[in-house]
Ligand binder design. Structure first.
Ligand code: HMG
Length: 393
């Protein structure tokens, strides 16, 4: 039956490491025409993660920005979507639960399905809140995307995390009950447990992404009375900012030139943050949503936003949300502007050095210097096979 509760995103914040590279300089270093990266791929800057950040700390730093005392008392489910997990057994959510000081009567779990993990977390949160309307759920999407130096995927790397509080009567986005989803076993992108970089069939992955979008979009329309004209804007999982447009333009034939103009205009705002961060896998769709909500001055309460989530392998989902009356006040726009303003550019040589600095995989101890990392929460090293996390607060 229908769920009568209004459930959705009450808070949304993100974190990205303090260092980045410029894509024009990366193109020059790789002997590629810079326009391929900035226009063909659509990326301007790429976050570079220092060894003192991992999926756990990025997520904890993102959540720090949005949680207050009431959240810490009411959150009873922490769902951590990631494909950059640090342990095959223990959930990354358990570390974040402790680092943030969330009350202990809670479930904390990690979910994996490539870039789809945080969407799975949101859908799980909706069911949980339908049963327990007083609950608040913390959903995290955190990743460090690595394809390797000098690979075609290099330009589509990135690092960062999104944190969301899902609740009843949300202040930002009310999520609809209708959702269209699809699973199909394809090998377009994967990362075997022995590898710290991803394997990818680039062209095939682009095709699968578009095909999953068209399939779930069609399914969504058949489940509802909605069509392209009912959507003020659409947000996409963005492995790079050209990807969502490649998919969206396929459905422009279903609408008028006004629909095309409107969706294209909003799309530009929904890609601004992703253009300067890169692919953050599980967090990418939600980083795009943050970008749209914080940077688009023409959106208004009541507008319907379409959301397309894609996780290679592959699972896709199309769902929608309605902007709530006071969504602007509930955003963390000033915090995000500060985060971007305080980032430092590193040279391509420095980036290559940072890229090669990884935590030991042979079980040896290591102590890291965290003074150079301005993040509140950092990885301080490894002792007896345990990662040491520090909250500087
Ligand atoms: P590539 O082979 O280096 O690039 O790989 P290309 O030759 O296809 O060129 C890219 C675009 O640049 C093309 O535009 C060119 O025309 C254009 P398009 O035809 O596609 O519209 N171009 C230029 N434009 C202007 N000036 C120029 C110029 N030269 C060329 N001078 C690829 C690109 C994305 C495949 C590669 O970077 C890659 O493999 N990346 C990783 C995989 C990926 O991001 N796939 C996306 C879909 S799968 C997904 O989203 C899931 C994922 O996030 C993982 C997960 O779920 O966990 C990846």
């Amino acid at each position: 039956g229908e769920i009568n509760l209004n459930i959705g995103i009450d808070k949304i914040g993100f974190y990205t490491p303090h260092t980045f590279i410029d894509m024009v300089k990366l193109a020059e270093a790789r002997g590629v025409d810079p326009a391929k990266y900035t226009i063909g791929i659509g990326q301007e800057k790429m976050a570079v993660s220092p060894v003192t950040q991992d999926a756990v700390t990025l997520a904890a730093n993102a959540a720090l920005r949005i949680l207050d005392e009431e959240d810490l008392e009411k959150i009873d489910l922490v769902v951590f979507g990631t494909e950059s997990g640090i342990d095959s057994s223990k959930a990354a959510a358990v570390y974040v639960h402790d680092l943030l000081g969330i009350q202990s009567r809670a479930r904390s779990i990690e979910i994996k399905q490539a870039c789809y993990g945080a969407t799975a977390g949101i859908q799980l949160a909706k069911g949980h809140i339908a049963l327990h309307p007083e609950s608040r759920v913390l959903v995290l999407g955190s990743d460090i995307s690595r394809y390797g130096l000098n690979t075609p995927g290099e330009v589509t790397q990135g690092a960062g995390a999104v944190a969301m509080v899902i609740s009843a009567d949300p202040r930002i986005l009310s999520l609809g009950d209708q959702s269209a989803y699809l699973t199909n076993d394809v090998m377009d992108f994967w990362r075997p447990t022995y590898s710290d970089t991803a394997y990818v069939d680039g062209k095939f992955s682009n095709e699968q992404y578009i095909s999953f979008f068209l399939n779930t979009w069609k399914q969504f329309k058949s489940q509802t009375d909605l069509s392209i004209k009912d959507f003020e804007a659409m947000c996409f999982h963005l492995p790079y900012t050209k990807m969502g447009m490649k998919a969206m333009r396929e459905i422009f034939v279903e609408g008028t030139s006004e629909d095309e103009e409107r969706l294209t205009r909003h799309y530009k705002n929904s890609t601004l943050y992703n253009k300067t961060v890169g692919n953050i896998y599980t967090g990418s769709l939600y980083l795009s949503l943050i970008s749209l909500l914080e940077q688009d001055e023409t959106l208004k309460p009541g507008d319907r936003i379409g959301l397309f989530s894609y996780g290679s392998g592959a699972v896709g989902e199309f769902f929608t949300g309605i902007l709530q009356p006071e969504y602007k006040e509930a955003l963390a726009e000033a915090e995000h502007a500060k985060l971007f303003a305080e980032r430092e550019e590193v040279s391509i040589e420095e980036y290559e050095e940072i890229f090669s600095e990884v935590l030991p995989v042979d079980g040896s101890n290591l102590q890291l210097t965290i003074e150079n990392d301005p993040a509140m929460i950092c990885v301080a090293g490894i002792e007896e096979h345990k990662r040491i996390y520090v909250n500087k607060n």
